[in-house]
Design a protein around this ligand. Sequence first.
Ligand code: ZN
Length: 247
Amino acid sequence: MARYALLTDIHANREAFEAVLADLAGRGITRIVILGDIVGYGPDPGWCVDRAKALAGEGAVIVQGNHDAAIAQIDNSMNAIARTAIEWTCGQLDAAQGAFLEGLPLSVAEDDLIFVHASADCPKDWIYVTSERSAWPSFAATKARAIFCGHVHVPAIYSCDLSSRVQSQRITAGMPVPLIRSRRWLAVVGAVGQPRDGVPEAAYAILDTAKNEVTFRRVPYDKAATSAKVRAAGLPETLALRLLRGS
Ligand code: ZN
């Protein structure tokens, strides 16, 4: 039995990353999982990569996100702001940090769980799971009882019944969602470092395999400090503003 802390889309936001790590300490976590996008958009990529590397050394599972992959190979599907931030990020990372991001796996299966940044059917196509319809291919591609992904920056949960009907369900932060055994589950974990659901607090989730439930959490952090660092780094102004708005 295990208690997983599920973090994703840290996006070089040191203050949010530290706040989430502080929040999960003392909650009986047996395994930390980072679902990708350690870098991109934010002002502290080197620090965040080094922290993630240290966590991996202590047994954390880490998969690669599209921004992590873009450090080694330019991603032409990214918008101009994301690409500007990736170019800046490349100049901030040393060779070892770049190699760490490049070497991350696209997905990891553990027991009856799958961890992946985007979708479980085509991880490297970076498909956004934003609806019951777009969640279906992930269920179809695997027999896993639960799939955990990020990429969307908006927390959500979907389940699939025995007749392959996919259903989404409302989430309330701090309220456990029971993972009913007769269904399979896909949780989109909200972003640590750049939330987009209108709530600026850092998001993560805890999976308890003994209680068989997942709890989505929000953690306040010093977003004004991160936002000021984004401006000081000369990154696009919109990246500073969206941290304050959470959208
Ligand atoms: Zn992301």
